[in-house]
Every structure is written in C-alpha cells, then in structure tokens.
Design a protein around this ligand. Sequence first.
Ligand code: A3P
Length: 286
Amino acid sequence: MESSCSSESHVDDLVSKLPQREGLVLHRGFWLWPQTTKRIMLLQDSMFKPRDDDIILATNPKCGTTWLNHHPQELVPFLEIPTNEDLTYVETLPSPRLVATHMPMSLLPAAGSIASHGCCRIVYICREPKDVFVSVNVAFLKKDTRFAKVCLPYGPFWNHCLEYWRESIARPDRVLFLKYEDMMSDPVRYVKKLALFLGVPFTCREEEDGVVEQVVRLCSFEMLSGLEGNRTGSLKLRPRPNVVYEKSAFFRTGKVGDWVNDMSEEMGRKLDRIMAEKLKGSGLVF
Ligand code: A3P
C-alpha cells in the first residue's frame, strides 16, 4: 500500500486497514508495530528531509543499535521512535545530523533520493539471526523462546538485511554494512573502518597514542553495561504505547553465540535452514 497521506486521521485509517498478525501490521512487505507504521507514513509524507551530510545508523532491533548509537538511546534521535511524538524535531537539528532507525531501506523517508542521489551516509549493522531471535524474545519481549514471537518487529529479518546489503554493494561510499560478530572479534579494525567511512579517519598520531583502543574500551559492553545510567530506569523511547523498556534490557549478555542457552538445537537448525534459503545467491552469509 502506498502512503500518500495528508493527515493523522488519514494515516490512522490506512494503518487500521493493513493485514495484522501478532500485534504487528504488514506495511509494504515489513511487519511493524501500528504506532511505528503511522510514524513512518508521516515521516515519508515529507516530515523528514534528508541532507547530504546526514549519518543514519540503521539496524534491525537487537543487532547492536545501542553499541553503535549510545545508551540511553535518547541521545541519538530515533527517526520513527521519537521521545515526544514530535516527528519534525529532527528537522530542527543542526548539520551534520546523526540519527538512528530500525526502518528497512525501502521505507526510509525519501528512500528514492537516498538511493538514487546517494545523499546521507548509512551505517548498517546486522547480527547472526539466532542471537537476534533470542535477544528480541528474551531481553525485549520477556518471552520464553519455546513460545517466542516468530513475526519479529521490522521483519522479515532477511529482507531488512538484504536491502541494506545490496545497497552497500552498489554504493560502498554511502552504505557501510557491518556485522556484530566482526565488530566483536576485531573492534579496533572496525572502529577505524567506521571513522574512515564517516570521513574522519584517525590520524597516525592518534593511532600511536592508542586513541582507537580508548574508543573501543569506552564503547565496550563491560563499560556501558556497568554505568549506573544504563543499569537502572526505563527508556523514554516508546516504540509502542504503554510499553516501557528497561534500560538494562539493552545490555543482556552482549555475547556472540549466546542463543545456545535459550534455544533448542533443533530450532537453531531450522532457523539456519530458513536463512540459508532466503539469502541464497546474495553473497550475504552469517
Ligand atoms: P544481547 O541481548 O544478545 O545481550 P540493540 O541495541 O540493537 O537493541 O541490541 C541489543 C544487543 O546488543 C544486546 O544483545 C546487547 O547486549 C548488545 N550490546 C549492547 N551494547 C553493546 C556493546 N557495547 N558491545 C557489544 N554488544 C552490545
């Protein structure tokens, strides 16, 4: 369904007519919370005007947004999850803007101009799907994975990854595609890569002085999860009305391969098979 919408009530009406499942609605191929869908439609209706020097941090939920971003996530504005329902707030920010989103590439406001003119720089981070599945269900939705949500918000997961993956191949200077596992295994390398992509590479002097290592240490799971401000209280961000997220839920274990503790091997194999099938031929592997 196209979203040429002019008023909030019109958008409410559009959202109410979308197919529904497990509390999510299907909008242009992706399962989203109704509230988020409404905001995405409003943003697309010219409420967000991309600028050349914008940097967009894009992720599927539970892939490491907090790591690339900042926690509490309130510091870097989330395009479709505003802290105060004012979607025009990002327009008031000075350039260069740094914003975050879980939106799939095709649903980004002005996706056409982002893709065709290459305005904005996008940093995308993806993660091994079994770990994401466990993180979403256990940390986020507080569910036992035996009764887990199969319809993940912003899914299908593979299409979310594939859209950014293809764009990163077509425009490597505009879309940086990162994997959580790579960043975990060699954070120094990826912090340097990120700085280079953003046009602010570390100088030789900074490298010699260990600045990269300092950045890695300051952004590490141990450092961030230990901060009082990240351990207690709840987030102001409200992706869904009346749902409160504890800040600590964004720092669960921060481990690669932790799915084995919450998911059966059989279910793991099933997810692997589905992913292999969906990503076949794309060059993207987990
Ligand atoms: P787990 O639930 O597997 O621990 P998001 O920020 O996109 O919601 O992703 C949350 C996941 O990223 C959580 O995974 C969390 O522990 C992990 N995470 C958050 N900060 C991190 C950091 N600094 N380093 C590594 N992982 C981090």
